[in-house]
Design a protein around this ligand. Structure first.
Ligand SMILES: Cc1cc2nc3c(=O)[nH]c(=O)nc-3n(C[C@H](O)[C@H](O)[C@H](O)COP(=O)(O)OP(=O)(O)OC[C@H]3O[C@@H](n4cnc5c(N)ncnc54)[C@H](O)[C@@H]3O)c2cc1C
Ligand SMILES: NC(=O)c1ccc[n+]([C@@H]2O[C@H](COP(=O)([O-])OP(=O)(O)OC[C@H]3O[C@@H](n4cnc5c(N)ncnc54)[C@H](O)[C@@H]3O)[C@@H](O)[C@H]2O)c1
Length: 450
């Protein structure tokens, strides 16, 4: 590789995309440095998927401890200690941060724990004022929470702070109706907080199939979560006795102990110096890239949330891997296929989905056939929990090919990972029908749908 520069690759951001790209590039023989301004691991490991899922597990015990009585168990004196769970989760996050750092260092990647910016086409300036040069630069700086611009926005927390609370709120108001709002609503509600979701539109979880979104709304209301649609925060004011007064447009002022917002995430490109060296940014501040993640400047690439394509960890990792193989590998350039990406919302109960919704299929295919299974999981029947699951399969009417599967059910994300392989492979309803069920499971509904 070139000795003209200090490094062959300089990666900005040690999150899901940046870590994978750096490790694999180094394994291909590149001299690599990676800069991280906060903590190695990025959003997913430090304040996203991983600690969130741990809280989701913790929250699920609230229902399990209630339901277990129908299965003959008596639990005396049960209580919940938020600080104990919080600190256990944060300790595990620290362990993972160290493991990610070790992996990078074991691959001879230089880890620079500083904020950096670009000060020339190949020049990077560190926070301490020193500069380094690199042949290729990878922008993997992720995204940050969007904040509302209402009066008192400084009192509003985001998911970043939610993992560090010193106490659970008695009442929390959450702005947003997407992934984070629904996941944290479930978590807080199971821990006993009164939760109110405030959504600007009239639908939760845009992009998911209407039937599963409606089922989540119905179940969430039954669990006690309140919803205010078609409104936003007008102001948030501190209350003398503690907590806040929250005023929503067209609603009376109400009191809350905690106000959170989860209204989308904005690509992290502010102050990076990208425009000065000719890197094109889109309307949302994202780095505009081609299918190989190359920006408008030949030697500058971008992967993950900063490109605002699909803001999910496995996608950032795939983009990072494809970048490393394309630029430093021996084979042909590789582009990531962004079609048919499965996803899940870790609400209570969770939603999982792959492919087209019924509405999308009707708009883009000639004829569509939909199969559905609306059932109560055996565990819920025995527990007396009146909560129904829904599976939906959307097929191309012309040839029976499955173009989408949508589920809301306990463990739906675990079932979906396997089902997504079949959808991605282009299998048909007939192929599912030809597969013998595993009984008794919830997943057997996938091969028994009528
Ligand atoms: C609460 C929450 C829950 C989530 N849950 C899931 C989930 O369950 N499943 C899923 O697939 N996805 C989930 N996501 C999304 C997922 O976390 C992101 O898609 C993923 O982390 C993106 O990876 P990335 O590498 O693009 O960016 P990031 O992981 O955000 O990494 C970017 C890094 O760059 C650093 N950085 C930024 N600017 C600079 C600079 N100038 N100098 C040095 N360093 C810099 C940042 O500190 C950060 O560590 C969740 C996100 C959130 C917020
Ligand atoms: N399970 C997962 O995979 C997972 C979990 C969390 C986050 N993520 C990723 O992170 C991204 C960001 O998550 P998010 O939940 O912040 O965004 P989102 O895009 O999922 O949802 C944003 C929601 O906020 C609403 N909204 C926008 N402005 C508003 C306002 N001023 N007042 C009230 N509501 C408003 C929108 O109508 C929408 O419902 C997601 O798109 C997803 O890609 C994924």
């Amino acid at each position: 590789m070139s000795d003209k520069y200090d490094y062959d690759l300089f990666t900005i951001g040690a999150g899901s995309g940046g870590v994978r790209a750096s490790r694999v590039s180094a394994a291909h023989g590149a001299r690599v440095a990676i800069a991280e301004e906060h903590r190695v691991g990025g959003t997913c490991v430090i304040r996203g998927c991983v600690p969130k899922k741990m809280l989701v597990y913790g929250a699920q015990f609230a229902e399990d401890l209630e339901d277990c009585q129908a299965f003959g168990w008596t639990i005396e004196g049960k209580s919940f200690d938020w600080i104990k769970l919080r600190d256990h989760v944060l300790d595990d996050v620290k362990r993972l941060e160290n493991a990610y750092t070790d992996t990078l260092e074991n691959h001879d990647v230089t880890v620079i724990k500083q904020r950096v910016k670009l000060t020339g086409p190949h020049e990077i300036t560190l926070e301490d004022g020193s500069t380094v040069t690199a042949k290729y630069i990878l922008i993997a700086t992720g995204a940050k929470p969007r904040l509302p611009d209402c009066e008192g926005h400084e009192h509003i927390i985001t998911s970043n702070e939610a993992f560090h609370l010193d106490e659970l709120p008695k009442k929390v108001v959450i702005a947003g109706g997407g992934y984070i709002a629904n996941e944290f609503a479930g978590i807080f509600n199971e821990f006993g907080s009164k939760v109110c979701i405030v959504n600007r539109g009239d639908k939760l979880l845009r992009g998911y199939d209407e039937a599963v979104r409606d089922r989540l709304l119905q179940i969430s209301i039954t669990k006690g979560i309140e919803f205010r649609f078609n409104t936003t925060f007008e102001y948030v004011r501190e209350c003398e006795e503690g907590g806040y007064f929250v005023k929503l447009e067209n609603h009376e002022e109400e009191r809350a102990d905690l106000v959170m917002c989860a209204i989308g995430r904005v690509p992290n490109t502010d102050g990076l110096g990208l425009e000065d060296i000719g890197v094109e940014l889109g309307d949302n501040g994202e780095v505009v890239v081609d299918r190989f993640s190359k920006s408008s400047v030949d030697h500058i690439y971008a992967v993950g949330d900063v490109t605002d394509r699909v803001q999910l960890t496995p996608v950032a990792i795939r983009e990072g891997q494809a970048f490393a193989d394309t630029v430093f590998g021996d084979g042909d350039p590789c582009a990531v296929d962004h079609s048919c990406i499965p996803s899940a919302v870790f609400s209570h109960p969770p939603i999982a989905s792959v492919g087209m919704t019924e509405g999308e299929a009707k708009n883009s295919l000639g004829s569509v056939k939909v199969y559905q299974s609306d059932f109560r999981a055996m565990k819920n029947v025995v527990a007396g929990r009146n909560e129904r699951s829904l599976f939906k399969m959307v097929c191309d009417g012309a040839n029976g090919r499955i173009v989408g599967i949508h589920m809301i059910a306990p463990e739906a994300p675990e079932m979906m990972q396997a089902a997504a392989i079949a959808v991605k492979a282009g299998l048909t309803k007939e192929d599912f029908d030809a597969t013998t069920a595993i009984h008794p499971t919830m997943a057997e509904e996938l091969v028994l749908m009528r």
